[in-house]
Design a protein around this ligand. Structure first.
Ligand SMILES: [Zn+2]
Length: 153
């Protein structure tokens, strides 16, 4: 979830957007990224943004990946300068490929668990565990949902 067009162009938030930020529907990073993108180029869109593992993740539709990175990474660099953070752009592809790109290790599998409360179970090989960087749980939960369960097998 992102802030509205008007808020992206201004430094203050309208009451609707500020309520969403307070309730956690819009992350503070999404506010920053919306405004930064507005400064870089007209009409650049993203799906969600969050901070984890010492960087700001920007999830974009797969077809928008090239556009948001820019020629020779020009836009990504501008985003890093405007936010003062390392930026990681990932295409929303769904499935485990996207998670693998986000956390930088291979994942054994992602399963949807059905029941009263549906959630995703992310299975990671114990051998990969050592390569995981602190904060990876937040990346997984931000992408597949807060109820995600992470298991090592
Ligand atoms: Zn607004």
């Amino acid at each position: 979830m992102k802030i509205c067009k008007i808020c992206a162009k201004n430094d203050i938030l309208c009451s609707a957007c500020s309520r969403k930020v307070e309730q956690g529907e819009i992350t503070p990073e999404s506010v920053k990224i919306s405004r930064a993108l507005e400064k870089i180029e007209e009409g650049m869109d993203f799906v969600q943004s969050f901070e984890a593992m010492g960087r700001i993740f920007i999830v974009v539709r797969s077809e928008d990946t090239g556009k948001i990175i820019g020629k020779s990474g020009k836009n990504a660099k501008s985003l890093e300068n405007l936010t003062g953070k390392k930026i990681k752009i990932i295409g929303k592809e769904g499935g485990k490929e996207m998670l693998e790109k986000a956390i930088g290790i291979s994942i054994a599998g992602v399963n949807k668990v059905y029941g009263a409360e549906e959630f995703y179970r992310v299975r990671i090989s114990r051998k990969e565990k050592i390569r995981l960087k602190p904060g990876f749980e937040k990346v997984i939960k931000s992408i597949v949902g807060d109820k995600a369960e992470i298991v090592f097998e």
